[in-house]
Design a protein around this ligand. Structure first.
Ligand code: NAP
Length: 257
């Protein structure tokens, strides 16, 4: 007897995904659109690749709309929020995925890089969650999914700003969930391990580091962006209505080791 794979159903929902131009965010945007959501994808200059991206979304159930916003710029975030207000569709699902990393020894880590990492990886997560979360609270439903990291739990090496920001993202997820769970708004996070994207391309090309890293991953391999995207789609669906404040490791077992 043929078994039918149940699909996550996000039809009728509108999702905002930050960092949707490539990597994990693009995979999240595609999976949400496959599940039926209309997706607004944010990147610093994502509209420049609108035609190429349109091909990525061909044949999917949901529509994709790219919107430019430099999330390190608070005025740009205000303009984005104003543009979203002017648009008719309210945001049902917010995926705070955009992130940057700066590898530097703590003793010489520049203030500029510290500020840049905090602005994108933490401040923008709060500013978007505050504004769009308030509207979700007023409507009595909504899903916010943050992209934490295994470095929300560990300090990492040579990435003090990144680890600090990702630790804070996990705590912000808990704090918002505590306030908003009773009002029907779910705030959760995924915590990816080592995933094959631009961020990790230097590591992937370094055979020795890759071998050392993969020896420590119980699954023994790099994760694929889609493997982060499906858990996000689950957390965005009504299947996850009773999940609040969870930081879900999606790491091939890295944190269990
Ligand atoms: P990526 O391939 O480098 O993509 C980063 C995305 O963030 C891009 O779409 C980029 O858009 C966007 N972005 C960066 N700065 C921005 C800004 N100022 N304003 C707007 N958008 C901005 O990274 P990724 O590996 O997919 O990572 C996605 C998320 O997962 C990040 O939060 C990262 O920390 C987290 N993560 C990744 C891994 C991993 O192994 N890859 C592991 C743990 C956690 P533009 O290109 O348009 O600037």
């Amino acid at each position: 007897m043929a078994t039918q794979r149940p699909e996550i159903d996000l039809r009728g929902k509108t999702a905002l995904v930050t960092g949707a131009s490539r990597g994990i965010g693009l995979a999240i945007a595609r999976v949400l659109a496959r599940c039926g959501a209309d997706v607004i994808g944010i990147g610093t200059a994502i509209s420049r690749n609108a035609q190429e991206l349109a091909r990525d979304f061909e044949g999917l159930a949901g529509r994709f709309t790219p919107m430019d916003c430099d999330l390190s710029d608070r005025d740009a975030i205000d303009r984005l929020l104003a543009a979203l207000d002017a648009d008719a569709a309210p945001i049902d699902i917010l995926v705070n995925n955009a992130g940057i990393i700066r590898r530097e020894e703590a003793a010489t880590h520049s203030t500029q890089d510290w500020d840049a990492v905090m602005a994108v990886n933490l401040d923008a997560v709060f500013l978007l969650s505050r504004a769009l979360g308030a509207k979700m609270l007023a409507r009595g439903h909504g899903k916010i999914i943050n992209t934490a990291s295994v470095l929300s739990f560990q300090g990492g090496i040579l990435v003090p700003g990144y680890a600090a920001a990702k630790g804070a993202v996990a705590q912000l997820t808990h704090a918002l969930a505590n306030e908003w769970a009773a009002s029907g708004v779910n705030v959760n996070a995924v915590a990816p391990g080592y995933v094959a994207t631009d961020v990790t391309s230097a590591l992937q090309q370094d055979a020795q580091r890759t071998a050392a890293l993969m020896a420590r991953v119980p699954a023994g391999r790099w994760g694929e962006p889609e493997e982060i995207a499906w858990p996000v789609a689950f957390l965005a669906s009504d299947m996850a209505d009773f999940i609040h404040g969870a930081i879900l490791p999606v790491d091939g077992g890295w944190l269990s080791r």
